[in-house]
Design a protein around this ligand. Structure first.
Ligand code: ADP
Ligand code: MG
Length: 222
């Protein structure tokens, strides 16, 4: 379970800038949440804070009852690697590696990946429709295919929490629709917690709960 309690975020300097104020959010295992808001509203800030990448100025974040910001740096990195899968707007694949090896990257850094990782990576690439592209390098894949490799990579450690930052932001309409459908389907199968931030209502509509990030707070969308 993911729990945010009265989370605030300020950037200091130049008079200070308040981005989030007293944000509460709870996401249970198997739930998916979309957070919408215009550019600059603080979506990425919120996602990084949820993802144990950037601490809140006040309030607490817990993931499966652990507050990652109370861990030392090494334990925090291990926690992130074991518990959280990230999908960014840019796929961030390594250009010199095949699709299969890109999916395996988190298993090299992290400890104790589940089961036979190579087989699991192939299964995941198959699930995202790239079973016939295992040896292709990123330059030999389309934008949508690259993002699908990034989805498989995010799932390789079987994370409890999957976080997506504008995952379809760089794709054309058709590829964006395909990737959005895939995220929904994969989430249903893997039963992780999914948090997607996006300015796209079409993407947000795929998920169970929706919020708008308005005036530094989350407002539930009916
Ligand atoms: P979004 O992802 O919704 O476009 P961001 O979370 O990236 O928005 O940014 C929200 C606001 O916080 C923006 O006004 C941005 O300029 C500001 N901001 C982001 N990162 C920093 C930082 N490291 N220092 C100061 N201000 C920042
Ligand atoms: Mg952003």
């Amino acid at each position: 379970m993911l729990v945010l309690t009265s989370v605030s975020k300020r950037y200091e300097g130049r008079g200070g800038l308040s981005i989030l104020e007293n944000v509460d959010l709870q996401v249970d295992r198997g739930q998916s949440v979309a957070i919408m808001g215009p550019s600059g509203s603080g979506k990425s800030t919120l996602l990084y804070l949820i993802g144990a990448l950037d601490p809140p100025s006040a309030g607490t974040v817990t993931i499966d009852d652990v507050n990652p910001y109370q861990l030392n740096e090494k334990a925090q990195a291990e926690f992130r690697s074991a518990k959280i899968g990230f999908i960014f707007q840019d796929h961030l694949l390594l250009p010199q590696l095949s699709a299969l090896d890109n999916v395996l990257v988190p298993t090299v850094v992290g400890k104790s990946a589940p089961g036979n990782v190579r087989q699991r990576a192939k299964q995941l690439l198959d699930e995202v429709g790239l079973g016939a592209r295992l040896d292709h390098r990123p330059a030999e894949l389309s934008g949508g295919e690259r993002q699908r490799v990034a989805i498989a990579r995010a799932l390789i450690m079987a994370p409890a929490l999957v976080l997506c930052d504008e995952p379809t932001g760089n794709l054309d309409r058709a590829s964006a629709d395909a990737v959005a459908g895939l995220l929904g389907a994969i989430h249903a199968r893997h039963q992780s917690m999914l948090v997607v931030v996006t300015h796209s209502p079409a993407l947000a509509a795929r998920f169970e709960r929706r919020y708008d990030l308005v005036d530094r707070r989350l407002q539930a969308v009916a």
